[in-house]
Design a protein around this ligand. Structure first.
Ligand code: TNX
Length: 531
């Protein structure tokens, strides 16, 4: 007995370093409850990762890959339903029935780190664990790799506030390829977002292959704002993005913007044209000898490379148009495992109001008959929307209220708070400012619940921060506008309880070493105390 006691006392855990304790306080989004104990857990090359069952093997492997990359270790996976004595344990068996699908508990003792929850919860728990480690974990190790990585002991219990925590990437105004979209997925997943809304079509470009209407990408995808070469995803590539997102518990929401914002389709198939004039500045004059536009029955429009909105519309009085819509929704739905299909519906300024409403009603039927739940920008609330439709609020309160009265759930994306393409201030090198200048504090200082009047908690599905890309040409541009605002949107979507910019900005400032480790070209706002 004496020997046991001596052994135990020798093993008594040492205290955590001030750095490890600080990491515990700096998690974004802020966890629901955090209890710091302050001893030290050490991750070494001997640490094993144990998973409770084969069903969560990919999550275990994601964790192993992340840790091995950062530490230079070769940690491997074991499977056991029973908690091991040491190392890291991921388990889907949790006594806490209030965690839901996305909640988790993270318990760190000096010997063992345990994450418990459903698969999505485990994934979010390991993102938290990642933030408890030093920022150096995010980079391949230097030659002088450290032998032990410390985490402070304590307990975190965490459940998200909203089920829709998203960002939108506009790949239509400028096209972004596979690597960029994957990086975007990685970046948003780090902050526990679960939705990537891809804006796949607009006046300037059509970015997803539709096999029954091949000219959409062949011709309609051939340019972009400013006249660059554009591009598109094949259906196979799109499937790869969907799978990549899924492995990070992100659902892709595809958007085909209709009946406006549609010039790239009208340029590809003239019979769809509702009779428009393409703005002179930015249009590519028609080359009638081009094989791309031969074979179309009606004269197509010119391709458009400018930045104006609201000038195009599908032709309403023709069944061919609805065949087109159904073909697009059918093909894209078939390669989209997620439950949603976004039909756009915004800024259809040249569509007659009665026709607009009929379009929305037809979209509702078509999307439903293809097995998806319809999402639309707020203007769609003028149609026969109901609880089967999700409405994305971006500008006018009356539309948000109309949607709520009709029973639709809202996604909150108010342009003057949540638009990632808005400039920070008048000196920002890219971005627009029609809705507002959005400094990092302003991006954080609003409440999705009280932003619009007359809206209750049960009406709000969540928060989404869209990045429109008229002025965004490459990944550096994306990163400059998205960081450091995105972690704030993630926190508004995830964290319960009072929010204070003064408290948040300190945590945000402490993420600078992580941004640097990922080579993110972030905006160094003077409002944030960067470390
Ligand atoms: C408005 S917001 C748009 C987009 C533009 C954006 C630029 C919305 C639903 N439509 O077409 O890209 O402003 O900020």
């Amino acid at each position: 007995i004496l020997v046991v006691a001596v052994t135990a006392s020798c093993k008594r855990a040492k205290d955590a370093s001030p750095e490890a304790i600080a990491q515990f306080q700096n998690v974004i989004p802020k966890p629901d409850s955090t209890v710091l104990e302050g001893k030290a857990f050490e991750l070494t090359k001997e640490s094993a990762i144990t998973i409770s069952g084969a069903d969560i093997q990919p999550i275990g492997q994601y964790l192993a890959d992340m840790l091995n990359k950062g530490t230079g270790f070769s940690l491997s996976l074991k499977t056991s339903e029973k908690a091991p004595e040491s190392g890291i344990f991921l388990t889907t068996a949790s006594a806490d029935t209030t965690l839901g699908n996305e909640g988790y508990t993270l318990t760190i003792t000096s010997d063992l780190v345990t994450i418990a929850g459903k698969p999505a919860g485990l994934f979010y728990g390991l993102q938290t664990l990642r933030q408890l480690l030093p920022a150096a974990i995010e980079k391949a190790p230097a030659a002088s790799a450290q032998p032990a990585w410390e985490i402070a002991t304590g307990t975190i219990r965490d459940v998200p506030l909203y089920s829709w925590r998203g960002s939108m990437l506009d790949v239509a105004r400028h096209f972004f390829g596979m690597d960029d979209v994957k990086r975007y997925i990685d970046l948003i997943s780090y902050y526990k977002m679960n939705i990537l809304h891809l804006h796949l079509s607009d006046d300037q470009g059509w970015r997803i292959e539709i096999k029954s209407w091949p000219n959409l990408t062949k011709h309609g995808g051939s340019t972009q704002v400013g006249g660059g070469k554009g591009g598109f995803f094949t259906q196979e590539q799109y499937g790869e993005l969907v799978a990549y997102a899924k492995s990070r518990f992100i659902t892709i929401v595809p958007e085909i913007d209709m009946p406006g914002h549609i010039n790239s389709a009208l340029a590809s198939y003239g019979e769809l044209n509702g009779g428009i004039q393409v703005p002179k500045e930015g249009r590519i004059e028609l080359d009638l000898s081009s094989p791309d536009i031969l074979g179309t029955k009606t004269k197509p429009t010119q391709l458009y490379t400018g930045r104006e909105v609201g000038f195009s519309t599908l032709r309403y009085n023709k069944e061919e148009t609805f065949k087109f819509i159904n073909d697009v929704v059918r093909e894209l739905s078939a390669i989209t495992p997620g439950p949603y299909f976004h039909v756009g519906g915004d800024e259809a300024h040249v569509t007659k109001k009665e026709e607009y409403i009929q379009f929305v009603n037809r979209f509702t039927e078509i999307v439903k008959s293809n097995g998806k739940k319809m999402v639309g920008w707020e203007e769609v609330s003028q149609g026969n929307v109901d609880s089967n439709v999700i409405v994305q609020h971006w500008s006018k309160e009356k539309y948000a209220l109309e949607a709520v009265q009709k029973g639709s759930l809202l996604i909150m994306s108010p342009a003057n708070k949540a638009y990632l393409d808005m400039q920070y201030d008048s000196t920002s090198r890219i971005g627009l400012h029609w809705a507002a200048y959005i400094e990092v504090d302003s991006a954080y200082n609003w409440d999705p619940l009280t932003y619009s009047h007359g809206i209750n908690r049960e009406n709000v599905l969540g928060v989404e921060a869209p990045l429109w890309t008229e002025t965004v040409e490459n990944m550096n541009d994306i990163e400059y506008l998205v960081f450091p605002r995105l972690p704030g949107y993630a926190e508004l979507g995830w964290s319960t309880g009072e929010k204070s910019w003064d408290e948040y900005k300190v945590r945000l400032g402490k993420h600078a070493p992580r941004f640097k480790a990922w080579d993110i070209d972030y905006y160094k706002s003077a409002k944030v105390p960067w470390v």
